[in-house]
Write a protein that binds this ligand. Structure first.
Ligand code: NAD
Length: 305
């Protein structure tokens, strides 16, 4: 069995750590030796209002248990202030958990610009601002670990969550690029789609289901991914919750190749549509197709029927 994963003297920034998953991360990492910045704006789950209480309660809890933590009450839109708190209090940052989030669920027909903008601002801009501020420290020390938070809604779509889905799938592309840019500097970035009981899910899921979705059951995977022993699992997407962990990946059909000339018409594609959607011989790409070699092959084909 693997020994206990420790995070002694590492500095962890957890955004939205005043409740739900963020609180579970903060208390766990503190209990394993880390110094934790507990960030939370302390507003409602719809992103209204603010308060210092949410973060303070968690900091007090960590300190009472003998751990080290400081509070930060800034919105993630001001990520540089959150990272500054880590540097001022502890002199470094090793791990960034981009977790803060809000919901403004409404059918697409009734969605306002404000519903759209606020959700993208917190999830997308907030994750960007925190990572952007941490990045120079990560590069300089040749060490950094990032978790971004997606959602099943982003991966698969979800009724009433067009804004949230767009924001959450953005976390996937964002993470994949951070992983590619970061690997040279030992910066590892992964993205999770969690499921857990929190104020976000308590109005959607029945109580007996919620009882079995403890946020603490999302934490172990995050710990594995951000531990210093993980040096190669990066740019990956995981579903995690209810005791289950699974990795997701892109799948590409082997596809249809036609001659790229004047005979490349809508009709020519339609005629062989079954090839476009045939997943019997799939590829699992980590980058775009090699268009130059496809073009070369295409030119060798005869005219399309
Ligand atoms: P939660 O509402 O309990 O936690 C989110 C926290 O973020 C709150 O404490 C809130 O005050 C804080 N926050 C909101 N806006 C902020 C801002 N601008 N700056 C700083 N803090 C801010 O919900 P949760 O379920 O623990 O969600 C955590 C993350 O997991 C979110 O990104 C959410 O979208 C994602 N998620 C959760 C589930 C789930 O099943 N709970 C599923 C998919 C994704």
């Amino acid at each position: 069995m693997a020994g206990e994963l420790r995070f002694d003297d590492q500095v962890v920034v957890v955004t939205g750590a005043g409740g739900g998953l963020g609180k579970a991360y903060a208390t766990f990492f503190a209990s394993r030796g880390a110094k934790v910045v507990v960030n939370d704006l302390g507003g409602s789950f719809k992103g209204e209002g603010n308060s210092t209480k949410a973060a303070d309660v968690v900091v007090n809890e960590i300190k009472a248990a003998g751990g080290q933590a400081v509070a930060n009450y800034d919105s993630v839109e001001n990520g540089e202030k959150i990272i500054e708190t880590a540097i001022k209090a502890f002199g470094r940052i090793d791990i960034l958990l981009n977790n803060a989030g809000i919901l403004r669920d409404i059918s697409f027909k009734n969605m306002s610009d404000q519903d759209w903008d606020l959700v993208l601002k917190v999830h997308v801009k907030g994750s960007y601002k925190c990572a952007r501020a941490a990045w120079p420290y990560f590069r300089k020390q040749k060490y950094g670990r990032v978790i971004n938070t997606a959602s099943a809604a982003g991966l698969f779509g979800s009724f009433g969550q067009a804004n949230y889905s767009a924001a959450k799938l953005a976390m996937v592309g964002f993470t994949e690029t951070l992983a590619k840019e970061g690997i040279k500097y030992n910066i590892i970035a992964n993205v999770i789609a969690p499921i857990a009981a929190s104020r976000m899910t308590e109005t959607i899921l029945p109580p007996d289901v919620l009882e079995n979705l403890r946020p603490e059951w999302v934490v172990p995977l995050v710990a594995v991914l951000v531990h210093k022993s993980n040096t190669n699992e990066t740019g990956s997407i995981f579903e995690v919750g209810a005791g289950h962990v699974a990795k997701l990946r892109w799948e590409r059909s082997s596809g249809l190749l036609l001659k790229a000339d004047d005979s490349y018409t809508p009709g020519a594609i339609l005629k062989k549509w079954d090839k476009v959607v045939d997943f019997s011989n799939p590829q699992y790409p980590t980058g775009p197709n090699d268009f130059m070699s496809l073009l070369e092959e295409s030119q060798k084909l005869g005219p399309n029927e």
